[in-house]
Design a protein around this ligand. Structure first.
Ligand code: NAD
Length: 480
């Protein structure tokens, strides 16, 4: 059997072909055992009428190799085009986005000379499911979904990544002081899984103060794990803090498939000038080499690259505080890295990858959820209404009842308005009417909800959505 690993490569748009060429030249010179299949993705494919920017036949190559090294692409302006990254993420279940952000002080100017952290971002859930609605003339809604299985996978990945890469601490960012159920679940699972890793230090920050700390004292962080939205924002912030967006690579990991890339875009105005920095894509390729079981080659490439930076050889985008640095083009930078293959940095930490560097998350180890008792105890009926005061609405809704269901409260955008609601609300046309069994916690039936909705409709209301209220093992599964 061949000891070479087939990989799929896309040269992308803008500066993509130049930085991909430089990256492949370096890793092949280092002895990477890879067989390359090239596919076309990006602008041309979009403009030929393919809304996701990838031809159906190219999926076959990806399904076969299961490893994708992708240069940045240009998404054409205008609506109707779907993100290729989102399509790939969904097609292959790429649940983890891994983004190391490192300072290269004093060789690259940064306000944060000590910084060596990795953001592990959940990639499939949260507000990114794209489920959005305009419910009334005034109010829109996006759905935030956080699952036990999705959270377990990403948190376990973060801890395993920490162990395998000899990292000391995993920090979790959440906003569970506000989103007690969704972010509360993420926090709870982080604590549960953290117990399996006694050797790793653990901490949890509320995301706002955590982000402030991250932006001012990044040296205090090591591995960070967070939901999709927080990770999306903060991984861009931390990448920029290192000194250039051209420096960071990223890995998107699934159970069977993985995609590696630079974090930056296709920089169209730089295209064809032999000036772009290939480092982001090169570091993405280094992660790929670890993933495909070639950690020695990964270390060799990474160390030669560090040595090149140390010796003051840079592309235009990196400003150095050193006097004797020289600026070279993309091709020449690759040549300089190739010249140093086999050398190690003198000042930077030497890269030493092991075959354990990337981890495949095994089956769930959390207690099964199947035996949890789930009881239907009420319903929230959301109505579009704009014909009076909260008390007017409350007085009508209180008269509408069904078997075991009576109005307990009305709120608008999360603020209680009836009975005895806040007098100072900025009124909109979106109301949540909560119906529960007057004997709190006693179960109700689905047919009672249907009966209630029929009566609400007969009173002339437009009910825009309902949300069932459940208790789980006697604990309410809804915000109060
Ligand atoms: P960009 O990342 O391409 O460029 C931002 C700035 O950083 C520009 O000034 C650019 O010159 C500079 N820059 C980026 N990479 C560099 C490198 N390797 N070396 C030196 N300088 C570099 O972001 P943008 O201008 O907002 O987007 C351009 C296109 O890229 C858009 O079509 C966007 O949709 C696409 N994009 C693609 C990806 C991807 O394929 N993963 C990611 C982000 C943006």
């Amino acid at each position: 059997m061949s000891d070479r690993t087939p990989i799929t490569v896309a040269y992308g748009d803008g500066i993509g072909p130049e930085i991909m060429d430089a990256t492949l030249r370096i890793i092949q010179a280092a002895g990477a055992k890879i067989d390359i299949e090239v596919i076309e993705v990006g602008e041309k494919v979009y403009l030929s009428g393919n809304v996701t920017g990838i031809a159906p036949s190219s999926w076959d190559s990806l399904r076969k190799t299961k490893v994708f090294l992708k240069a940045p692409i240009t998404t054409p302006q205008g609506s109707g085009y779907k993100s290729l990254n989102v399509a790939t993420r969904k097609m292959f279940g790429l649940y983890a986005n891994v983004r190391p952000c490192v300072s290269y002080h004093p060789f690259i100017t940064t306000k944060h000379p000590v910084m060596d952290l990795v953001i592990v971002r959940e990639n499939e859930e949260d507000l990114y499911s794209g489920i959005e609605y305009r419910q009334t003339r005034q109010v829109t809604q996006a759905l935030k979904l956080i699952s036990t299985t999705g959270t377990e996978k990403i948190v376990r990945y973060a801890f395993e990544f920490a162990v395998k890469n000899k990292r000391k601490k995993v920090t979790c960012f959440v906003k569970d002081n506000i989103m007690k159920i969704t972010d509360g679940l993420f926090h709870k699972i982080f604590n549960e899984i953290g117990e399996e890793y006694p050797e790793i230090e653990k901490e949890v920050w509320i995301v706002d103060i955590g982000a402030a700390k991250l932006a001012t004292a990044p040296e205090q962080f090591d591995v960070l794990v967070m939901e999709n939205l927080y990770g999306d924002i903060l991984s861009d912030v931390t990448a920029q803090m290192t000194g250039s967006v051209g420096l960071a690579g990223s890995a998107n990991i699934g159970d069977e498939f993985a995609m590696f890339e630079a974090i930056h875009g296709s920089a169209p105005r730089r295209a064809g000038q032999n000036s772009a920095n290939p480092s982001g894509l090169l570091l993405g390729a280094v992660m790929m080499l670890v993933h495909i079981g070639q950690p020695e080659i990964a270390s060799k490439v990474h160390n030669a690259w560090l040595k090149t930076l140390e010796e003051g050889v840079h592309t235009y985008d990196i400003r150095s505080t050193l006097n004797d640095s020289i600026t070279v083009g993309t091709r020449e930078f690759a040549d300089e890295v190739i010249k140093r293959l086999g050398q190690k940095p003198s000042l930077f930490k030497i890269a030493e990858y092991s075959s354990e560097g990337h981890h495949k998350v095994e089956k769930s180890k959390l207690k099964s959820q199947a035996n949890i008792a789930k009881d239907l105890v009420g319903v929230d009926v959301f109505v579009d209404w704009n014909s009076g005061s909260p008390d007017d609405l409350g007085n009508i809704m209180s008269k509408i009842q069904a078997e075991g269901l009576e109005l307990s409260s009305i709120s608008s955008r999360g603020v209680k308005v009836f009975p005895e609601g806040s007098p100072n609300i900025n009124q909109v046309d979106h109301w949540r009417c909560r119906y529960e069994n007057p004997e709190k916690g006693k179960t109700i039936t689905h047919s009672a909800i249907i009966e209630l909705l029929n009566k609400i409709r007969e009173h002339g209301f437009d009910f825009i959505k309902t949300e069932n209220l459940y208790n789980f093992d006697g604990v309410s599964g809804f915000s109060l």
